[in-house]
Write a protein that binds this ligand. Structure first.
Ligand code: GTP
Ligand code: MG
Length: 251
């Protein structure tokens, strides 16, 4: 990736790119693990899909210019928080907070900033949960905490945000009031849809629990899996194995 830097800072920029690429790999692996674990416990994927990107040189330059700064690697690293960005699309609103706290609670993750546009939507109706976190990247002789922007939203919120973004660009940020009102109305519909889907999912879960409780298992019933909120014997047996995963037994 070429960035029109003023000075000859190619080495610094290549190192920065290596770090941003690495932090995306780290966060993607963390998310994949959480998604797989959740799937084992609850029989569905809380994450519909994940996209990640390194911000384009044009967008980085535009942002730096907007902030009135000189285009240097130091300014980019210091002031552009979303050079590395990951967007997580979840099934239900409740999954968003679950994923966010599972990530924030990890020992190597430092949460630098949170913007909860779900609890507090933007005036235009935008909803999404944003975190800037840093994760240590282990290099040969160095460990460097590297920032990544995480956006978490439902499919419905993502649908709205993508279309709003396109419309916004068409009007170069100056959409007529009528259009703004209509987009806001769509955001309200989206929010209603998410609530409705969540409540359908809750009642389906209860239906499943009642159903499985009263019906004998057939041969194609999957083996019972451990649920995260299960405090019964299978959870205990998992706990009992915990210390062995990182240890070596004597021969
Ligand atoms: P930037 O907007 O990136 O300069 O950062 P910020 O510090 O204002 O952060 P914020 O968390 O508010 O927004 C970060 C990102 O969220 C943006 O780059 C967009 O990708 C997305 N975003 C924020 N607001 C909107 C919005 O009104 N509409 C859409 N479609 N996306 C938005
Ligand atoms: Mg951004």
């Amino acid at each position: 990736m070429q960035l029109p830097l003023y000075y000859n800072e190619e080495d610094e920029w290549n190192r920065a790119l290596l770090l941003y690429d690495s932090v995306l790999r780290e966060i993607n692996t963390k998310l994949e693990i959480l998604n797989n674990e959740f799937k084992q416990a609850h029989q569905y994927n809380p994450i519909e899909h994940i996209t990640s990107r390194i911000k384009s040189p044009e967008s980085i330059a535009r942002k730096i210019r907007k902030k009135g700064l000189e285009l240097t690697v130091e300014n980019i690293v210091k002031y552009v928080n979303d050079v590395a960005g990951v967007r997580i699309i979840c099934s239900f609103t409740s999954d968003i907070y679950r994923i966010a706290s599972s990530i924030s609670n990890q020992d190597d993750v430092t949460v630098l900033r949170v913007k909860d546009y779900i609890a507090n939507p933007k005036p235009n109706g935008y909803m999404s949960y944003h975190m800037i976190v840093s994760i240590p990247i282990f290099l040969t002789n160095d460990v460097i905490d590297t920032k990544v922007e995480i956006q978490i939203r439902t499919i419905a919120m993502d649908f709205w945000a993508s279309l709003e973004h396109k419309i916004y660009y068409k009007f170069e940020g100056k959409a007529p009031a009528g259009i703004k009102d209509e987009l806001k109305e769509c955001a309200n519909i989206i929010s209603f849809l998410d609530e409705k889907m969540l409540s359908i999912n809750e009642s389906v879960k209860h239906y499943h629990e009642d159903f499985n409780g009263g019906v004998a298992m057939s041969s194609d019933t999957p083996l019972p899996v451990v649920s995260a909120d299960n405090t019964g014997s299978s959870a205990n047996s998992l706990d009992a194995l915990k210390s062995y995963y990182g240890s070596i037994a004597e021969d």
